[in-house]
Design a protein around this ligand. Sequence first.
Ligand code: TRP
Ligand code: ZN
Length: 888
Amino acid sequence: MDIASKSTTPEGDPQPADAAPAPHEPQIIHRSDYTPFPWLVPEIALDFDLGLDATRVVARLTVTRNGRAAPADRIRLNGDGQEPLSVKLDGEMVNSWAMDGHDLILPLSADAHEIEIVTQIDPSANTQLEGLYASNGMLCTQCEAEGFRRITFFPDRPDVLSVYSVTMRGPKAQFPILLCNGNEVASGEDEDGTCWAEWHDPWPKPCYLFALVAGDLVANSGTFTTMGGRDVTLNIWVRAEDLPRTDHALESLRKSMKWDEETFGREYDLDLYNIVAVSDFNMGAMENKGLNVFNTKYVLADPDTATDADFDAIEGVIAHEYFHNWSGNRVTCRDWFQLSLKEGFTVLRDQLFSQDMQGEAVKRIEDVRILRAAQFPEDSGPLAHPIRPDSYREISNFYTATVYNKGAEVIRMMRVLANFGSDSDRFRQGTDLYFERHDGEAATCEDFISAIEDGAGIDLKQFRLWYSQAGTPKVHVKTAHEGDTVTLTLSQLVPTTPGQADKQPMVIPLKIALFDREAGTHGGESLIVLDETEKSFSFNGYAAKPVLSINRGFTAPVTIIRDASREDLVLLAAHDDDPFARYEAMQELVVGHLVAAAMGTLGDGERAAGEDAIATAMGAVLEDSQLEDSMRGELMMLPSQNYLMEQIERADPGAVHAEREGLKVILGTRLADAFHALYDRVEKVPFAGEGARGARKVKTQVLAYAAASDPLKAVELAALQYDNADNMTDRQGALMALCGLDSAERTGRLIDFYNRYQGNALVIDKWFTLQALSLHPNALEHVKALAGHPDFTLKNPNRVRALYMAFAGNPHAFHDPSGEGYRMLADLILALDPVNPQTAARFVPSLGRWRRIEPARSALMRAELERIANAPKLSRDTYEQVARSLDG
Ligand code: TRP
Ligand code: ZN
C-alpha cells in the first residue's frame, strides 16, 4: 500500500497536495482543510508498566464509525518516533497494518472494532518534555498539543473525545504516588514491591488533556464545597522539601473555584482536583482534566523566596488552569486553529479574576504593558498572524501572545460592546449560552461568536474581522471645536502583515471622556465605535475646547495617534479619573519625547520643553498624597525599550537606550529630593503593613532612578535595602539595582545571594536573570560566563529562559553593535534545538525583528538567522520560525 503518495486521505487528515516535502520543509497544515475524523473513539483503556528508562503501554481503543464523516476503510493513528510491539484487532493479532511516516494505518471493515496496541517508550531519554518524561526522578506527561502520540498510537486531534480508564503500576520505592485524570477507582500493592492504581475519568476528553504522574510526592490538601454542595478534595503535590511553600497555591485554587461560580456560574465537576509541580516544563502549566501539571515556578512561594509579582503570577496561573475546566475542557477546540477559543477566553477570565483579587486599575495597566511588550511587536513583525491562524507547520509555535493576549482583548471588546450602558450583564448571558450550547463538544471560534451574539443580543458580523485580520490597527484622532460643538474625526489603518495585503476596516470600540480644562473633570463617559475607515463623532455643550481622554480602560487593542498637546497630557496625567488613561497620558508624554529624541528630530528647545513637562508630571506623581503607592509605582515606570523601539520604523537600539537612561538621570537629578522623601516614607512600611506591596514597588522604582542619577548613593541605599530585607521583593529589587553598578557591593551581594539560596532552583534562576538583565556595561561578558557556570544546563527550560530570555530582553547587551549578542543567541538556538525544539524555537523571534532595526545591526541579525537556516538538521519548530522570519 503506497500511502505516502496520496494527496488526499479518507482519514480526514490534512495532507499537502503536492509531492512529499523536502526534509527541511515540513508540510503546511491549513485551517480550510478541516474534515471530521471518520471514526469515533468512545472509550480507551490504557495500561502502564512504569519505569524511568522503559515504560510499556497497552492501549485498547473502542472505535465506531462517525456518521457525520465520509466513510473510510481504515484508520490513521498518529505516532511520533515509535514502533508498535504488537497490534490486535478485535482480540486477534494482525499484521495488516502499515506505517505511513510516523503514523500507523490499520484497515477496518466493520462499523465497530476494538484495537489493542502495545508500545514501549524511554521517558528518561525524552528531553523535549512532550509525551511521557522523567523529571527529578518522577514521571509526568505533557500532551498538549500533540504529545499523546509520543505515548501511544491514537487519533491525536482535539475533536476525538473518549472516556479514559487507566491502570498504572511500578516500583513502590520510586513511584509511591500514582495519579491520573478523574477519580481513583482502586489501588494496592503487590508482594514484590510493586504498587498499582486504577483511575477513571467520567468526562469524555480529547487526548491532549490526558495526564499521568508517578513519583515520590507529598500533598498540601484542602477541601472546597461547590455551590451545588459537592465536596472536592484539593491536593497540591510537590517533593517533600517544597511542601512549606504550597499554601498560597492552595488558597489561590480555592479563590478561583469560588470566583468562577460567582462570576461565570461555573461549578467544578469531579470530587478531586490535583495539581502537581514539576521542575522541567516547557510552559507555565497545563489544564489536564482533574490533574493539572504545573511548572514549579507557578506553585512554590513564600515571602523569603518569591516576590510579590511571583505571588500574583501563581494566583493568576492557578486560576487560568482551573478556568480551563470549562473554557477548554468541558467545551474544547475542534482543531488547533481554534486555540484562541480556549486560550483567549481563559486569559480574559484569569485577568478579570486577578482584577478582582489584586485591584482592577493596576492589573489592567500591567496587562496592557504585557500586550504592548510582547504582542504588539509580534503583530508588526514577520511572525504576525491572526488570533485564529490560517496555517501552520508546527502548532507549538502558535501558543503566542497573539492567540493568548490579543485573543483575550478581542473577547474583552465583545464584553464592552455587550455591556456598555446596559444594566444587565449581557456578556454573561452570552457566555452562559455558549457553555450550554457546546458543553461536551469540540467547538470553533465561530461557535463562540454566535453564542455571544445570540445570548447578548448584539451583532458581531463585522467584528469577526478581529479573528481573521492580523496587525495592530492605528487610529488617528483629530479634535475640532466650533461654537459649542466638539467633533472627533477618527480614521483607522490596519497595517499589512505577511500574507494579508488588503485589510477591511475593523470594529473599534473606544471609551472616551471630554475634560473641562479648568475644572479637570468631565461630564460622563461615552462609547464610540469606529467601524469605517473614517468616521466623525460630535458632542454639544462645550463652550471651550475640552481635553480628550480616549481608549479609557484600553477598550481596544489599537495604537492611538492623537494631536494632544504636552499641556493636555500633563493635565490628564494629573487628573484623569480612569487609572489606565492617567497612566497612558504619562506614557504618551514620555514616548513622544523619547522617540523624537532617539530619532534625532528633537530640537534643543523642544528637548528642554519635553523634559520640563515630564519632570512636572513625574513630580506630581511622586508627591500626590491621594495616590496609592501601587498605582504610583506604575506611573513612575518609563515605557519599555521594546515599546519605544516599536514606535520607530527602524530603530537604533543604542540611541533608544541612551535616551531612556538619560531621562532617568534627568528625572533622578531634578526630583532627587522628592524621590528621597518618598523612599524614606515607603522604607518604613513593615512587610505585612497596609499598602506594603505598593511601598515595595515604589522602593525598587526609586532605586532605578537613583542608580542612573546618583550611582554612589544608589549603591549605598541598595546594599542597605539588600541587607535589611525580610522578603524577596526587597532583596531582588536591591540586587537588581546593584547588578547594574560596578562596585564591591555588587560582587559581595551577588555571592551572598547565590550562597544563601543554593539548592533552590527557582531562586538561582533569579540570580541568572538579574545578571543577564542588568544595565552593567559588561552584561554581555557576564552572560557568556554564566553560560559556562556549573549550574547552567540546557536540559531545564526554566534555567535556559532565566539566562537567555532575560539576555534577549536586555537591549544594551543583546544589541551590542559587534553582533556578539546575536551570535550568542543563535548558538544557543542551535545547541538547544536537538534537546528541546519547542523551547529553542521560542528564542527565534528576538532575531526575527531584524527588519525593524537600523541597517548595520539588522544585517548581523539576518546573517545569524541564515546561519541557523543552513544548519544540517533543524526541528520543525525552529525551521518554521526561522523560515518565516527570513521570508515574512
Ligand atoms: N494549555 C496550556 C495553558 O494554558 C499551555 C501549555 C502548557 C502548552 N504546556 C504546553 C502548550 C506545551 C503547548 C505545549 O495555558
Ligand atoms: Zn491556557
